[in-house]
Ligand binder design. Structure first.
Ligand code: ZN
Length: 246
């Protein structure tokens, strides 16, 4: 089975379309690690596509915030403004769909899916120290998470942890041969708002039979996404941060 792993699309339709165009033909099934909406300006279009296309998904903190009136008070101001704006844009049917998104982790035969971490959907896994003990918390050999908007991950071999390489600025993908004896925690990167210094949309393709993972990046029309954010009256820094990917 070849799976397209998406996360943190955040209502960025331009980025999503670029990912789907590049990934066409390279997967059989789709998985989403949450945060379908928030930040960018096409929530209804993105929900519509995810609802029809993605069978396996968990909710993210922005999916929760965008379906409650008033947003969430623990969000920073631009995130909260975007959540409240998104709430207004959506139909009650869309909000209900967000409310029904399942909380991670979701467990399958050979992998699991969570938003923040397998222990806590709101946890940020950024440094190796953050994940050192997670090989014991994860229930499957392959664990996919999102939330940090940073592509990459870690592998464990008998408890010894190592960071995985990611595509550099000139590469569109990094193909990793997975070792059946290792355990993995993978962040496919953010489709709609990368924060790892690479403005290209991030995603992953995992081939469970060939035991291969590709971490990929694709350029998209950042200017068009920014224009929509500004025209919607959303905070300008939500548009500006897409330029550098941070
Ligand atoms: Zn997010």
């Amino acid at each position: 089975m070849r799976r397209l792993i998406l996360s943190d699309i955040h209502s960025n339709l331009e980025a999503l379309e670029a990912v789907l165009a590049q990934a066409e033909g390279s997967y059989d099934e789709m998985v989403c690690c949450g945060d379908v909406v928030g930040y960018c300006a096409c929530p209804a279009e993105v929900i519509d596509w995810v609802r029809k296309s993605v069978a396996i998904l968990v909710r993210g903190n922005h999916d929760i915030a965008c379906c409650c009136e008033g947003g969430l008070t623990d969000f920073n101001l631009p995130a909260r403004a975007a959540a409240m704006w998104t709430y207004q844009q959506l139909t009650e049917q869309d909000r209900e769909w967000l409310r029904q998104m399942p909380e991670g982790p979701l467990l399958f035969d050979d992998y699991e899916v969570a938003h923040g971490s397998p222990e806590d959907e709101n946890e940020y896994l950024i440094s190796t120290a953050d994940v050192e003990w997670l090989d014991r918390a994860a229930m499957r050999r392959m664990c996919f998470v999102g939330h940090t908007h940073r592509q990459g991950g870690w592998s464990w071999k008998r408890g010894a942890i190592q960071r995985l390489p990611v595509p550099n600025g000139e590469e569109y993908e990094r193909v990793l041969d997975l070792n059946p004896a290792y355990q993995y925690l993978i962040n496919p990167g953010s489709v709609g708002q990368p924060r790892d210094g690479d403005p290209r949309a991030g995603y992953a393709v995992w081939d469970s039979e060939a035991n291969v993972l590709a971490l990929r990046r694709v350029t998209y029309n950042v200017k068009a996404a920014q224009m929509r954010i500004v025209e919607a009256g959303l905070p300008r820094n939500l548009a500006e941060r897409l330029t550098g990917g941070h």
